[in-house]
Each structure stands twice: as structure tokens, then as C-alpha cells.
Write a protein that binds this ligand. Sequence first.
Ligand code: ZN
Ligand code: ZN
Length: 215
Amino acid sequence: MNEMKTINHHLTDQLLMGYSSGNLPEAFNLVVATHLSMCDECRAALDAYDAVGGSLLDTDETSEMDSSSLAATMKLIAAKPAVKKSTPKSSLPGPLANYIGGDLESVKWRPVGMGVRQAILKTSKKASARLLYIPAGSAIPDHGHKGTELTLVIKGAFSDKTARFSAGDVEVANEDIEHTPVAEIGEDCICLSATDAPLRFNSLVPRIVQPFLNI
Ligand code: ZN
Ligand code: ZN
């Protein structure tokens, strides 16, 4: 799905390096792998990080590789086997379909208020992952972040004060960003989200229910 769609918001280099070196929590790995399955551009960038491996991380930006090591690197990139395409039968991207073991129909949604529903996915405790179902025109209450929040759009689109995000786009939010993501009118929005710290809600009601909803 979505191969032909234009993706405007990508993974950061930091996330790609973390994924390549195996240093991300499981919840972040899931979001990164799912975006990669939808995005040729980030897949190409990841191939380069994979090929160069840790050696690039140890050198500072001003040092240059000599031409023979560059040639070796390019050879490695060329030799890398193509990434497996997503499971054809599911409407979900392959890594996500594999992770939840089925399609959207098999997701057990729970209401979190204001029409928004979520399904928490089983991952290691270092970070949490969830699917969010935001009905067209509805919003996730205004909040800030204590850590990093990755939000990947699977279907539909949402906007916040920073930009518009549609299928395949990923928003990387951190301590500096406070936002109110609103699903676009016309289509319900489904997102895959990962956080490594609880959100900071700015109004009282979400704050009161937060501990019960594990967000
Ligand atoms: Zn990308
Ligand atoms: Zn957020």
C-alpha cells in the first residue's frame, strides 16, 4: 500500500542510526520498520547506514573516507538484497500486520474519550506503542512530551500547528513541541504511535483519566 504516495515527513537520521545499530526500544523499532516499509527514501538512507555500520559513527563529520573504502561501501550497498514487500493480503503495512498478527479487524480498540480509541501493543517496557483511531474531525487533547513521541499515519490524515501528516508521514515530537493533533474531515485517521515517556496533558480531564488509560 501507499507506494505511490508522496511522503513529506520522514524519520530523523538519529532514528535511522539507532535502528541500524539496534539501539532503539522495541516500540520505536516497530514505528521505524513500518515507516521503512512505506518509504523508499528512508530505506535507501538506512541501507547506507547499515553498509557503513558503526565505523561512520566513530568519525566526526569533517573526516572523509578514502576512495577505496567508499568504493567498498558502494559495493556493499549494491549487494544488499531487496527489502521484502509487505504481506499482500493485509491492508496494513507488513511489519505492523506481522506485529499485531492480522488486519485492522483483529484490533481490540478501547475508548479513551472524545471518540478517540486506542489499542496498546505489547512491547518491551522501555517505550510503549499503540494504535490510535481518531474519528474524522476529532482531536487528541492538547499535550506536551517528556520524551520522544513518534506518530506514523497509517490511514487518513491529521494536522497540528506544525504541519499536515498523511499516510506514511511520521511526526517526531519531543519536549519542545506542544500540539493538538486533529484528524482531517472526511476520513477517520489511524496512527501508530510510540512514546518513551508519558504525555503531559494541558487540561484537567485528560490528566485525571491518564493513569487509567496508560498514555
Ligand atoms: Zn521516509
Ligand atoms: Zn504528541
